[in-house]
Design a binder for this molecule. Structure first.
Ligand code: ACO
Length: 448
């Protein structure tokens, strides 16, 4: 028998069905609440609202658990392969050799951009934010691949997914090359995903970029750790946009915009800026921490705190290990890592952070790793978007397969009560025509 919970409102009792997840998470299904009682629920910031059921990622924020399709995130640390995880998230199983080979081939085949897309990069000013370029260019893919807008077969969907995962890397690299006034490096079909990205970013005609296994594995792990995080702001955006029937490219372009904000993916840039500010001597670690606790300062300890994790973010712990290993391997002595360690140590022993359960999140150490890999700071959030792309695609697909309704929250209206329109002349206009609003301006031919 299905479980339900009684709710009594205004003397009337209704039964709310209970929905139970595979990890015994419980939700009250309130979809019929308004019809039955006239009430809606109000939950600003959606901290307590489930927007869907999903079989992709499981998080237990109190226990610091993150699993992709049931697999604990820590199990990807040994031999991280981002493409394998892309397939897992999107299609629900670890790929067979045949599936992996086929998907890799599609990634290689679709790595190039249509030549005329190159001219779009030149149209942006040099200082244009790369996240703006990324979002615009992903959206523009709909113009170059209109056949992908109607996803009427599995094969077409797999190709669309491969196009996005492959082309986001090319777009990201071209955006950077364009911003520094260098020639574009075309994708090299002989290189693996991460090496190819680094080649497109860094190779020069006289000096092809070279990398090694430790760098490749570290970069793969960074992408994997960003690949999905259930209903975060950007993924919920992708689902909401997709729920209107918008195509995969348009929905993912919207996801990029949501990720850009400093409270979400933009935090990895903000962390680096914070560490640099302290390093330059503008503020001491102690003074920064004092301001981070002062609500009026407008400063937060960036890379700390999370809506879901109320204990350690497992991704942050893994990234800290990678950062230490990578910096030692590259023989880099980065003073910012030391400042990060000090901030973390102080925060973990400070009652303000302890009481609010604020711990380092994924962004706290990722910037230090990306900096060690030579990625420019303004590209950090772009790399986050590359990592998050399979998650967005997986959620867009899952929602389409679920056949869900258009996303359309309700609100509680707090504006004026019923009001009357006041004619323009009674509000001091010289005439009833908007054309006369600027005295002395000749009247246009057409009235407005
Ligand atoms: N520094 C100082 N105080 C903080 C911080 C922080 N980083 N984060 C939260 N707090 C405080 C808040 O001021 C609030 O205090 P109060 O209870 O006295 O009013 C309390 O902790 C709860 O904070 P909320 O903002 O209500 O928490 P919410 O769940 O809405 O926000 C968020 C989570 C946005 C991540 C927040 O912790 C934050 O701004 N962190 C810094 C930015 C950051 O690192 N973002 C990346 C998140 S991970 C990701 O998106 C990939």
């Amino acid at each position: 028998m299905s479980e339900s919970v009684p709710l009594t409102i205004d003397g009337k009792t209704i039964e709310l069905p209970v929905v139970t997840g595979s990890e015994d998470e419980k939700a009250l299904d309130i979809s019929k609440l308004r019809d039955a009682t006239g009430y809606i629920t109000l939950d600003q910031g959606y901290g307590n609202t489930g927007s869907c059921t999903s079989a992709i990622t499981y998080i237990d924020g109190d226990a610091g658990i993150l699993r992709y399709r049931g697999i604990p995130i820590e199990q990807f640390e040994e031999a991280p392969n981002f493409i394998e995880v892309c397939w897992l998230l999107i299609f629900g199983n670890l790929p067979s050799a045949e599936e992996y080979g086929d998907f890799s081939e599609r990634l290689t085949k679709h790595a190039m951009l249509n030549e005329s897309m190159k001219y779009h990069f030149q149209g942006f000013p040099n200082q244009a934010p790369p996240m703006a370029i990324l979002s615009a260019m992903i959206n523009a893919l709909s113009c170059f691949h209109p056949d992908m807008i109607e996803m009427d077969s599995d094969d077409r969907f797999i190709t669309a997914a491969a196009r996005l995962i492959s082309k986001i890397r090319t777009i990201a690299a071209f955006a950077h090359r364009s911003s520094i006034g260098r020639t574009y490096n075309y994708p090299n079909p002989n290189l693996l995903y991460v090496e190819n990205f680094m080649h497109m970013l860094f190779s020069e005609p006289h000096a092809p970029h070279e990398t090694d296994d430790i760098v490749r594995l570290a970069f793969n792990l960074v992408l994997i750790l960003h690949a999905d995080h259930e209903q975060n702001c950007s993924t919920s955006t992708v689902r909401l946009v997709g729920s209107s029937g918008a195509n995969l490219f348009a929905s993912c372009a919207a996801g990029v915009c949501a990720l850009w904000g400093p409270l979400h993916g933009g935090a990895n840039v903000a962390v680096l800026e914070m560490l640099e500010q302290i390093h330059k001597g503008d503020l001491s670690v102690e003074e920064y921490m004092r301001q981070a606790k002062d609500k009026n300062s407008g400063i937060r300890l960036m890379g700390f705190g999370h809506r879901v994790y109320k204990s350690f973010d497992p991704r942050a712990q893994m990234l800290q290990r990678v950062a230490e290993k990578l910096l030692a391997h590259l023989n880099i002595n980065d003073p910012l890592l030391e400042i990060g360690r000090r901030l973390e140590e102080i925060a973990l022993n400070d009652s303000y952070f302890v009481e609010r359960k604020l711990y380092p999140n994924v962004d706290f150490y990722s910037g230090i790793i990306l900096r060690a890999l030579g990625i420019p700071t303004n590209m950090f959030t772009v790399v986050f978007a590359m990592g998050r792309m399979p998650g967005w695609i997986a959620h867009w697909r899952e929602q389409n397969l679920q056949g869900s309704r258009i996303g359309r929250p309700r609100q509680i209206y707090t504006g004026p009560e019923m009001n009357d329109y006041v004619p323009r002349v009674q509000r001091g206009w010289v005439s009833d025509s908007a054309a006369d609003i600027i005295p002395g301006r000749p009247r246009p031919t057409f009235d407005l």
